[in-house]
Ligand binder design. Sequence first.
Ligand code: ZN
Ligand code: ZN
Length: 159
Amino acid sequence: MGVFMACEREHLTKRIEERGLRATEARCRILELLHETHQHYTPEEMLEALRERGRPLSIATLYQNLQKLSETGLIARFVGPDGHTRYDVNTQPHHHLICKICGRMVDVGVTGPLGSLRPRALFEGEDLDSWRLGEIHLEFHGVCPECQARQADREKPTA
Ligand SMILES: [Zn+2]
Ligand SMILES: [Zn+2]
């Protein structure tokens, strides 16, 4: 009938079509997962999460669609602190707060005069003034509340 499966969430269908893509089942599954969890998955983690939700995709389909979705700006691709390529549903400028223990990554803004930050050369001969600067990405590292609680539990003296 030529009717394709649109996303359960209507605004996602619209968002995909606005970028000139068809709202296929695979694209919907990926975007729904990212919008609902707000996690920053590697492709392997995404494969697992989709399987757990009962909405699996093949690895080839996943990779093809991650490529398309990031090319068209529906999701952002970045390399996390562990060196793995990850995907972010938040395509607005933002920073990440990362738990050093469990790796949980939270989207954050900053308070403070970020706009006045400038890179400073650490080696001679690097002419930073000639660069045209783009956006700034900061990475905050810390320990999340859940991991702090687990640590506190472990440190409790056993009677
Ligand atoms: Zn943690
Ligand atoms: Zn993010």
